[in-house]
Design a protein around this ligand. Sequence first.
Ligand code: FAD
Length: 366
Amino acid sequence: MAPGATGAIAGLAARPEGPIESDAVIVGAGPVGLFQVFELGLLEIKAHVVDSLTCAGGQCIELYPDKPIYDIPAIQVCTGRELTQRLLKQIEPLGATFHLGQEVTSVRKRDDGRFDVATSRGTRFITKTLFIAGGVGSFQPRTLKVDGIERFVDQQLFYHVRDPARIAGKRLVVVGGGDAAVDWALHFAADGPNRAERVVLLHRRDGFQAASASVTRMREMCAAGAMQFMVGQVTGFDEHDKQMSALRVTGVDGVELQVPADMLLVFFGLSPRLGPIADWGLQIERKQIVVDTEKFETNVPGIFAVGDINTYPGKKKLILSGFHEAALAAFGAAGYVFPEKRILLQYTTTSPRLHKVLGVETPPLD
Ligand code: FAD
């Protein structure tokens, strides 16, 4: 994801010490996972949300941030990015905590009926209910296929930028032709605290999928000598004292050049994979989780699946369908979170309790 691509998220979690006890954990911060926060919030169930991406929005942000969507009720048109920003704004009062840049790797039922949930970065939860809003699966970066280069991952080779300060002052090569590659190359070539000693943007052809304003800026920066653009592909590397010291880059003419590099950022896009979800004991049909249509609950009581990841007779993979599923799944979960309580349907228009939850004023009676 390019720098500054989405709005800030309130409620980003600090790294916890022990397991976090929660009423609900949502796997996936796509549009449906975000709306699940809202529907749970109306029932006073606070959620923790985990996503393998470093930002919220799922497919809307990763695959079509600037394309228009025309079938969200009452919004004539909005882009994938705008929909994500509106959903984030809508759920702000509901106090969800986000754990981004980590994949949920394991889910196990405990003897007390709750679930142990763990992520790839060591965050652990004990939760009464689990919502899988994993879409087409967890998005993973497409990797650079060069023999032996994988040993530099997270040292000198990165597929996400988590700590820009590590790259400041270094000789940087950025590979790719989309927004993330161009925007990060511009970021590290610009004056500022993170400026790299040298920035080379490398793409297999002289044509980009990035926003045209960013490409124009990149060409201006190249003309001014602030960065360099090369057409070619990484075909090897050199090392010195077990550190990567240069890349071997083969151009379209087949000639191999040596490009000095201390740091390498690769942005080849993301590919989804169902990944660990397949191992959680859930009934799966053609890579989708089977649910009922009353509560969108899976074969494991207390685990719900909503949005693109689920299947049932008549399923349509639309955001609208996912929103409906999230509403019914929240009511389904309330029985586990508040077993003693009778849950009544209330309208946001007229319910003082819901106004309190949403932090809005109750209008005076007519
Ligand atoms: P996603 O948006 O796929 O989000 C799932 C999230 O879960 C991802 O961020 C993923 O990283 C995360 N995840 C998965 N597994 C894990 C794990 N184990 N740990 C942590 N995180 C995990 N729909 C419409 O209704 N109208 C349209 O006009 C429309 N246009 C579209 C245009 C395009 C080009 C595409 C590709 C899709 C379009 N869709 C449209 C479909 C719509 O985007 C999807 O239906 C919607 O994104 C599904 O939302 P979701 O939250 O279920 O899943």
